[in-house]
Design a protein around this ligand. Sequence first.
Ligand code: GDP
Length: 423
Amino acid sequence: MSQDKPHQNLAIIGHVDHGKSTLVGRLLFETGSVPEHVIEQHREEAEEKGKGGFEFAYVMDNLAEERERGVTIDIAHQEFDTDTYYFTIVDTPGHRDFVKNMITGASQADHAVLVVAADDGVAPQTREHVFLARTLGINELIVAVNKMDLVDYSQDTYDEVVGEVRELLDQVRFDTEDAEFIPVSAFKGDNVAERSENTPWYDGNVLLEALNDLPEPSPPTDAPLRLPIQDVYTISGIGTVPVGRVETGTLNTGDNVNFQPSDVGGEVKTIEMHHEEVDYAGPGDNVGFNVRGIGKDDIRRGDVCGPADDPPTVAETFQAQIVVMQHPSVITAGYTPVFHAHTAQVACTIESLDQKLDPASGEVAEENPDFIKSGDAAVVTIRPQKPLSIEPSSEIPELGSFAIRDMGQTIAAGKVLSVNERT
Ligand code: GDP
């Protein structure tokens, strides 16, 4: 696998059980990202048990194991490459925090594959994920209409599902010109790496071709270090070890760093990555590190680590553009749901509804609306009920988006326009 190729972070989204994990397994399998001897072993086992055709059981088992282990410091990202790109699947599909991670920057995807099962069509999480992808600025979508084997590779069923998905994309103002539709079977392998004889009526790209043809992602920003803290451990012989993922900038031993909103800091003594000591870490690296003079109770999950001379911003209030995805009634000023931003979860009050926007043009449709409801886009002013470190999306997009959750659901997502800093 070559890391010299341009890198793409790819999100696999879609309703539960529509085949996301199976498709990831199939992609790894078809691109030779799983050692052949391991596959061979499972092929033999499968054949012995009369389960031919499930030769990528190994890949699937591994994914399941990942899922059970949950988020750890060395989240094993799935990786594969095509002729043009080196791909990382940015989150383990099926993971409980998937939606939240998608929004909060724990998985900044460049592009997404939307998996829709042909026998089920557009389902609730299909809507949720498409909406989030759109809000988060994913502009290119590959739509894999999966489980074609279950509908006898019927072109009519395929066309019906494509129609449903187009309608959904139109609803969230996703430019359907930028979406590519492919009939696949993740399970059998149709139209993933090779054109399938089962779909003679389809003459478009197969999935790997479509991935290969994606536009190059935008280059990383030259933003200062921002490292949201996921957990804080005490490790004997080392001391306090905050862990998290570097979102922007670099972390070097000897750096003078600062944690916000806890407002403490010190010199970086050691950095560990994949159980090895390193001198520095960059964007995308999951690290544990140790800072001189910082005790376990000085910092917490939700803090952001940055350079002492350019510390993370802490908001007194912030203005944001949000899109309401699903809310049973209406949202008015004073509403205080939980905001999920990077690794932080903080109750925040929507202090004022400043403007309602036309979601298609982005132009102001109404000043100071009395309420907003599902499907509305708006500019609002937000007051965190506890200190929250967050950044304007225009300056550090990785730390500038959030999800609003209430009643166990993502009800809205948004981007920070400006921050009124705590003094
Ligand atoms: P996820 O929840 O979206 O990750 O879905 P999974 O990948 O776990 O798949 C859910 C179920 O659908 C599993 O039992 C898979 O074996 C099955 N499945 C996935 N893709 C296909 C497919 O292309 N054809 C058929 N027949 N079954 C599939």
